[in-house]
Design a protein around this ligand. Structure first.
Ligand code: FES
Length: 230
């Protein structure tokens, strides 16, 4: 069985689509198909990969209009349909080349919202119930799938689901003492309340972090200048 791929090439100023055919192998992922094209057909084909195990988040691309981890998405169901599958870089990000996007904006936003634990010293016991609660947020692998599928990202100054999902963890984690300050930044500079609650980020997150659900939880922290959740 053959898999037909139509791959977006070039960058934001020069775009074309190239078509490739790959022989489907058992357990084959889209990342493997791209590797085979690069090895056997076109060594200039550019895409990102690292862990190949759904952990690092670097291999996310758009497959038939939906962001997916290419190292996890199996080609077989698509090949069985017999139709051409369109591979494109993630939406909402500048393209460096072919399927590789520039994610440096992510670093800037993460610095702005200070998405790391702050003020931690000594022993802190995290009860199992709380650990479970913050687990979802901590599972984010920064693959950018949610950011690329969020319609509100077209609005300038909306930080996006990735950052707000990360922020949730810092508000709940007892080892952190800057959560409320970050929430203030998220509301005032990241426009948290501009979330459309459309759940598109929930639907595409490969780790089931459910950013839109966490954003709705964040919105219940109404007393951002005071002592936290009411
Ligand atoms: Fe790491 Fe796909 S290569 S998540």
């Amino acid at each position: 069985m053959k898999l037909k791929l139509k791959v977006k090439r070039g960058n934001d100023s020069e775009v074309r689509y190239d078509t490739f055919e790959v022989e489907v192998q058992e357990g084959m992922t889209f990342l493997r198909a791209l590797q085979m094209i690069k090895e056997d057909v076109d060594p200039t084909l550019t895409f990102r990969q690292f862990c190949r195990a759904g952990i690092c988040g670097t291999c996310a691309i758009t497959i038939n209009g939906f962001p997916k981890l290419s190292c996890r998405e199996q080609v077989l169901p698509y090949a069985m349909m017999g139709e051409e599958v369109v591979l494109e870089p993630l939406d909402r990000f500048p393209v460096i080349r072919d399927l590789a996007v520039d994610s440096s904006q992510m670093i800037t936003e993460m610095k702005k919202l200070r998405t790391w634990i702050s003020g931690f010293s000594g022993d802190v016991r995290i009860p199992p119930e709380l650990s479970k609660k913050i687990e979802r947020s901590a599972d984010c692998i920064l693959c950018l799938a949610c950011q690329s599928h969020c319609p509100q990202m077209l609005e300038e100054d909306y930080a996006g689901p990735l950052y707000f999902a990360k922020l949730y963890r810092f508000l709940e984690d007892p080892r952190d003492d800057e959560g409320l300050m970050r929430l203030k930044v998220a509301v005032e500079e990241g426009n948290l309340y501009h979330c459309l609650s459309c759940n598109k980020c929930n639907n595409v997150c490969p780790k089931e972090v459910e950013p839109a659900t966490l954003i709705r939880e964040l919105m219940t922290y109404t007393d951002i200048d005071g002592k936290g959740k009411e």
